[in-house]
Design a protein around this ligand. Sequence first.
Ligand SMILES: Cc1cc2nc3c(=O)[nH]c(=O)nc-3n(C[C@H](O)[C@H](O)[C@H](O)COP(=O)(O)OP(=O)(O)OC[C@H]3O[C@@H](n4cnc5c(N)ncnc54)[C@H](O)[C@@H]3O)c2cc1C
Length: 413
Amino acid sequence: MKKILIVGAGASGLACAIKAKGKNNEVVVIEKNSDVGKKLLLTGNGKGNFFNDNFDISNYNSNNIKILKTIINDKNKKEILSFFDDLGIIYKIKNNYYYPFSNQANTIKMCLYNMCKSKNIKFIFNEEVLDIEYLNNNYIVKTSSNIYKVDYLVIATGSYAYPKTGSTGYGYEVAKKFKHKIINVVPALVSLIGKDNITKNWAGIRTEVELSLYENDKLVKIESGEIQLTDYGISGICVFQISSRISRGLNNLKKENVIINFMPYFKNKTSDEVIKIIDKKNKEYKNYNLSNLFEGLINYKLFNAIAEKNLIDKNKTWDSLNYKKKQELIQNLIAYNFMVLKTKDFSFSQVCAGGISLEEINIENFESKKQNNLFFIGEILDVDGECGGYNLAFAWLSGIKSGCYLRRICDKN
Ligand SMILES: Cc1cc2nc3c(=O)[nH]c(=O)nc-3n(C[C@H](O)[C@H](O)[C@H](O)COP(=O)(O)OP(=O)(O)OC[C@H]3O[C@@H](n4cnc5c(N)ncnc54)[C@H](O)[C@@H]3O)c2cc1C
């Protein structure tokens, strides 16, 4: 009987195990934690955002997007959803985001684990894989306390992101050992650290904005939504959505600037046009100081921070400012130039951009093109998606595809 060993009991490893188990094979999952799916439990703020209805290539990044494109399609969308139907999960869809009806990531974890147990998949917990050798058509896998000999090996160890969940990048070592090309791995879906020292004055504010990302002074992406202003910079989902591109850009020594419109309701207006609007308001509210005049238009703490940055006394009146000063102030309110110094590190990033190059992976079954019977699945590959369920979608898909293939070849033997 053929033996399949899966390293890592995260999203991709569990999906692979379920699909790989057939009549003619033994499936074993080794996990260094004491339980399955530690990262899975954190997804969607604990609510388990496991998929997105807009399963489209435009939501993914990879150095080999053409290869990835061949599997991001409606047929595979159906395959992922039927996998969840088979697990018995009733789900709901909110703005294209899929969640289990229970609103708990734990539902997904438990349904996966229960299905594994019902199929007699063996789990070995609290053992960390430390070394792998290929000898006489077998993989010899050394863990912290044992040595295993198997026919097929699946690496589902995740990336460097959120290492406290167990993903500390071990799989990249395996890939290097078998001479795989690795695209620079950088944090993605992550907060941004600014060069500016204004940040301590705006810390704690949440506000709706429009963000325009300029890479080497060229507009490359626009996002809108709520951001959190912090003492180091900016965070929040719409910041995460531009962070992968920024992270790779910084890694390639590109200049990354985020222009923030704190008054997105004045979309497409020039500073001169906004000045006219404020002039009009000022006529109606004659004795108001600046702080009071802008109340109702923008968070007062944010206004004060930006006024201070422009060396403007918030207690003065609008009329006391000369035109140049008015322009400076308004420019900072509708087009604040946030210069990105760096991103937060891997401990804070939800995923990684970069990873094992898809060029050397057979995308139909996720087998290495360099090494027989060795498979890489999930986030360890050079694929990252935007927020909204895309990263788990890829983890499921790579797990399902590799698992189905493994079951088929074991059944044939
Ligand atoms: C806070 C947070 C929120 C997120 N929210 C979402 C979301 O809402 N939607 C979404 O789609 N994605 C989300 N993600 C991303 C998503 O969780 C990951 O992309 C996905 O879990 C990756 O699955 P994986 O199987 O590749 O790796 P992981 O889930 O990281 O699993 C890898 C497993 O391998 C084990 N392992 C590693 N090395 C070894 C070793 N040497 N020996 C034994 N075991 C080992 C680890 O302990 C771990 O259990 C979020 C991530 C984080 C951190």
